[in-house]
Design a protein. Sequence first.
Lengths: 433, 433
Amino acid sequence: MPVFLDSRDAGFEAGFSGLLNAKREDAVDVDDTVAAIIADVRARGDAAVIELTQKFDRIALTPDTLAFSPEEIEAECARVPAAERAALELAATRIRAYHESQRPEDKRWFDEYGAELGWRWGPVGAAGLYVPGGLASYPSSVLMNAIPAQVAGVERLVICAPTPDGVVNPLVLLAAKLSGVETVYRIGGAQAVAALAYGTETIAPVDKITGPGNAYVAAAKRRVFGRVGIDMIAGPSEILVIADKDNDPDWIALDLLSQAEHDESAQSLLVTTDEGFGRAVMQAVDARLETLERRAIAGASWRDYGAVVVVRDLAEAARLSDRVAPEHLELCVADPEALLAQINHAGAVFLGHWTPEAIGDYIGGPNHVLPTARSARFSSGLSVLDFMKRTTLARMTPEALAAIGPAAEQLAISESLEAHGLSVRARLERLNR
Amino acid sequence: MPVFLDSRDAGFEAGFSGLLNAKREDAVDVDDTVAAIIADVRARGDAAVIELTQKFDRIALTPDTLAFSPEEIEAECARVPAAERAALELAATRIRAYHESQRPEDKRWFDEYGAELGWRWGPVGAAGLYVPGGLASYPSSVLMNAIPAQVAGVERLVICAPTPDGVVNPLVLLAAKLSGVETVYRIGGAQAVAALAYGTETIAPVDKITGPGNAYVAAAKRRVFGRVGIDMIAGPSEILVIADKDNDPDWIALDLLSQAEHDESAQSLLVTTDEGFGRAVMQAVDARLETLERRAIAGASWRDYGAVVVVRDLAEAARLSDRVAPEHLELCVADPEALLAQINHAGAVFLGHWTPEAIGDYIGGPNHVLPTARSARFSSGLSVLDFMKRTTLARMTPEALAAIGPAAEQLAISESLEAHGLSVRARLERLNR
């Protein structure tokens, strides 16, 4: 049974802390296996990737068939029904428009001594996106990872998408095509991450790897971090809905279930100012769980990690939400802007009654790759900035160096870094001649 | 002997690749030790921190003396000579001014269907800065880590700075005071990182940990990553200088040595269009190495990892520099702007003859915490953004949901996520009634 808590009850703090600290993921220790796979790919390149793909995905590849050919991609894309194609195209257009407004600006200025300061942004050279195979092979994730990279101006954008037993998801290939992906490799697991990070005879290395994956992929990303950039290591999905009594319990129930159906470890929380409404939502969830296709998964998630929390007022709801720092936060209240002003930590906020979280997963425009497991306290969803880097710039004039150089020299002496000081001193002496 | 390469020579590519791939750091495996320390601090809190500090730093603390008292900080700061204080204050002022221009902007707009989209930035709640003890206890690093956090609006900013054998660096405390740090704990190592990440009875946990440290600190940061945010794991420092013949060899020699003196693993590279100038710089380095205070360190770094590379022209220099993606890049040429336009990957660029890299370490304004080990290909130096996070916002209207909702529903069906689709469908049905 999901937890039903009331903030006025004596045991509330213990119950709420329990929700926060629920260990929703059993970290499988695959680190040794992954280390061996990475070493093998580094040592043997294509041959290792091909062998491992034969072993794990049961398909026989050659260096020539590691990637889908343009013809194969065209043929697969042609299989996508028109309605799905149109939906994917609308999603791509909207995601692109949103992310285009994220392009950062370069800046240059002169200080009071005439020194020029500033910075310049540039794209990473090459990015590799990981797309899981099987059930979790989501075309929407392709758009959400590839479009920010494309908008950033990344020159080479490739995908690794395993095809276990040769099963291909044509929507994934269409999404790749819509987002400017150059090459799609039909490889996965730690071997794909290793190939992207270190390169093989056929696969050129990239600078940044993003995208979701299983425990092996996550462990491999952690291991290659530093050699290449990675995005966050995503945990199970979560949603927190703050709702007053003026909501349709069935809408809110479906919003909660749309997280719960992702994964048995997903967490769906309702925080409401009205106990009766909270009970009505629980009933609505149960009713929907009778027929939902993924009721086994959604039911387990709701039973093990779901909760309804009754609070005194919306201010208290905001405080509790900040303690959760939810990945997704719906504000289903009369004045969502006033409530938003009280929220500090959330990955994505969905305002008002007409913004179900699923809109954000697909078509709203903002990214659906968001910080999980309370990490919205300190991190952000995926964006164009994740595929760019900033170079800082400084240009002293003789006058500026004369003005501020002596202080640098002083600090260098304080830190016992003599050559630092001398590199300034030598120049100042020229000026004093 | 440092390497002397000419891009016209047959063996050039092998020699240059050797420079790129020189393994400059022996990764000490301290992971098991660190895991045990973190577990101990999580289990026993203050008691563990105090015991470990006694063991590693040979000082006896109590929960009351874990942090410096305001009186102690005042007394230590009063010991700082006026010239050093003035230099540190000027540095703080300039670093603050530079970073204030990095504050990101919130954004909101309406799309063609009346849906409101955008994002909002906010500071992380609390940040902890690690400041090494002993020789590498640099007040400039305190400013470079704390001021961006302060500018970001971080509410609680604390420092962990070990004091082995009770030795305190008053400049570190003054730098902390100048940058709005609330509390300075005299603890270090993995135990300090664990205390910051998980909290103890005395030390409240933080959301983000930044700052340099030894192998134990780096391993601890890797381990707590996810629980809290961390900055990059910094490797040994490096500089690449691109210089034409119209430079003073002694200036360039000092610039190279100002990296080399940091660390025996530091790397200093000169890329020049003039062989004679390159040889003159090598001589100037040797001459300076005869008297430099840190000649043992700088000499070893220069001998093992230093290099002079002669190239045909500046375009080739830019291409080679991009392969290195140096942490620090000096452009000591007649037209540094033209050369800058050809550079893609560098942490910080210093333009022209009057901008020795040391200016950037202390007083230029840009941050000196920069990507090392070729990671400037995909990452940036520390900035205000590292202490902020972005929450994306979306608010549909009934009209907007009617326009784009069906596409979301279609994609949900394609991905077999029924509840996602139903959460949209239920709302659309209300509109159709």
